[in-house]
Design a protein around this ligand. Structure first.
Ligand SMILES: Nc1ncnc2c1ncn2[C@@H]1O[C@H](COP(=O)(O)OP(=O)(O)OP(=O)(O)O)[C@@H](O)[C@H]1O
Ligand SMILES: [Mg+2]
Length: 244
């Protein structure tokens, strides 16, 4: 059975889709069969961050409403990485378990299913969360994002997603030292979520939707690689080298 993980944040724009794309690429590089599902109906940004997208005119709503088989909506990008697009809109009466039902039919074929949730704490997040067994909560080290992470964690737990881990994204150690960001300990203390990784601010990531690929030496790549290995169950220490 696949490990099914929702990427959530509450506050928008903190790096859920970027992290889903990068972790998908890292897990696939480690030969883990990985399915990315864009759960952000209306925006469907994940495909813009990926290389080698096999564009298909179908999305998960087509599969949920019986317009196509779910297999048809799965875009195979590389031998180990596949993507399902989000629909442009969703009907108000769409069952909140519809993504869970689609995932349960194919999860035997994957090691990981990563569900990229929309911003906010509404129906889109719940649809993605109900399909997941665990969560990666994204936050930047500021009060607004941290509040979003704390509320997201409480909501996910109320929906039965008990295993939650925190990724602090866009971390800038100099800005934290100047007092413009929380430091890492404060961010963890305020969200009350266990840390799984820290991703530094990286200009190469901001350019990802244009370049589709990070330069091999980009400073965030190593951070995503370590998070991927932790998800795979490896004991990888939290490296603070980049944080000094
Ligand atoms: N570590 C980083 N360093 C620099 N830029 C980053 C980093 N992580 C994300 N970004 C940039 O931040 C912006 C928002 O990222 P992204 O779209 O992944 O966020 P999101 O949480 O998925 O947003 P939304 O809530 O709208 O779905 C993008 O321009 C992205 O390139
Ligand atoms: Mg997004």
């Amino acid at each position: 059975m696949a490990k099914k993980i929702v990427l959530a944040s509450g506050k928008g724009g903190v790096g859920k889709s970027t992290t889903a794309a990068m972790l998908g690429a890292c897990l696939a590089k480690n030969e883990k069969r990985t399915l990315l599902i864009d759960c952000d109906a209306g925006l469907n940004t994940l495909r813009l961050l990926m290389e080698d997208v096999d564009h298909k005119p179908y999305d998960w709503l087509d599969a949920a409403t019986g317009a196509c088989d779910f297999e048809i909506a799965i875009c195979k990008m590389t031998p180990f990485l596949s993507l399902v697009n989000a629909p442009p809109t969703v009907p108000a009466d769409l069952p909140e378990t519809c993504i869970r039902e689609l995932v349960s039919a194919v999860e035997k074929d994957y090691d990981f299913v990563l569900l990229d949730a929309p911003a906010g704490l509404g129906a889109g997040l719940k649809r993605a969360a109900l399909a997941a067994g665990s969560a990666l909560i994204l936050a930047t080290a500021d009060a607004v994002s941290v509040q979003g992470a704390e509320r997201t964690d409480a909501l996910l737990k109320s929906w039965g997603v008990e295993e939650t881990r925190l990724i602090i994204n866009r971390y800038d150690v100099k800005a934290a030292r100047r007092g413009n960001y929380f430091d890492i300990d404060t961010t963890i203390d305020r969200t009350l979520v266990q840390l799984i990784g820290v991703v530094p601010e990286d200009k190469a990531l901001t350019a990802l939707s244009v370049t589709k690929k990070l330069p091999p030496r980009s400073k965030s790549l190593a951070a995503f690689g370590r998070i991927a290995r932790r998800l795979q169950g490896e004991n990888v220490s939290l490296t603070h080298a980049m944080l000094k």
